[in-house]
Design a protein around this ligand. Structure first.
Ligand code: ADP
Ligand code: MG
Length: 199
């Protein structure tokens, strides 16, 4: 077969799925997370496919769990994006800044943190970006809301998130006012945890 003589039309950039985790422990946490999700959906090249239920977790500092710090609200969004991973990080950082994120202490209190958890299963490590997010595999506040909306998801290099979630002992609670439906099995587990006291 001979090659076509006319130039091929430029291919549309195909979108890929990605998973973002949002967290807030200052100000009106729920309003911030919901506004950030709307901002992400409005950003060029990003479509928010699904928002997880909100969960509440005690603050985690470099020194461990800090019950004196305000608790976090966390959520996960599954998006479709035509942006490359670094362009996606630029958008994520600009949404953080729009919501008053101030970078002071590492893992310090913040109005909004958005992390890229997974980008189409890619593994990558450079000075700006590590994929998948290097601590996602052990973070209940990422795995629980992600599992609630994508129970069959896998984390590149780590395997099924259901297995990873089962191994966590983080104190992750459904956020009562979110109005979202929780995954039934996970909700039962939350209740069992509450009956059995702290883990
Ligand atoms: P943390 O999320 O660990 O609390 P920050 O939000 O302050 O910390 O992020 C610090 C830096 O981490 C960012 O400037 C960003 O360049 C880098 N980073 C590396 N990998 C990722 C990722 N997967 N998602 C978001 N940021 C990342
Ligand atoms: Mg971050």
């Amino acid at each position: 077969m001979t090659a076509p003589s006319h130039p091929r039309p430029q291919r549309m950039r195909t979108s890929v799925p990605a998973v973002l985790a949002l967290g807030s422990n200052l100000g009106d946490r729920e309003a911030t997370i919901r506004a950030a999700v709307a901002d992400l959906d409005a950003a060029a090249g990003i479509r928010v496919e699904q928002l997880s239920p909100l969960v509440e977790t005690p603050a985690l500092k470099l020194t461990g769990v800090d019950h004196h710090a305000p608790a976090y609200l966390n959520a996960v969004v599954v998006i479709d994006t035509v942006l490359g991973p670094h362009d996606l990080l630029d958008v994520v950082n600009s949404v953080e800044q729009r919501h008053g994120r101030v970078r002071e202490e590492r893992w310090g209190d913040r109005t909004l943190d958005i992390d890229i958890i997974d980008y189409d299963g890619r593994e990558l490590d450079d000075d700006r970006l590590t994929l998948p997010h290097p601590r996602a595999w052990e973070r209940g506040f990422v795995l629980a809301p992600w599992h609630a909306i994508r129970p069959d998801a896998r984390l590149a290099g780590h395997g099924p998130i259901a297995v990873l979630l089962a191994a966590t002992t983080d104190d992750v609670r459904p956020y009562p006012d979110s109005g979202a439906t929780h995954d039934a099995a996970r909700a039962e587990q939350f209740e069992a945890d509450e009956d059995g006291g702290a883990v």
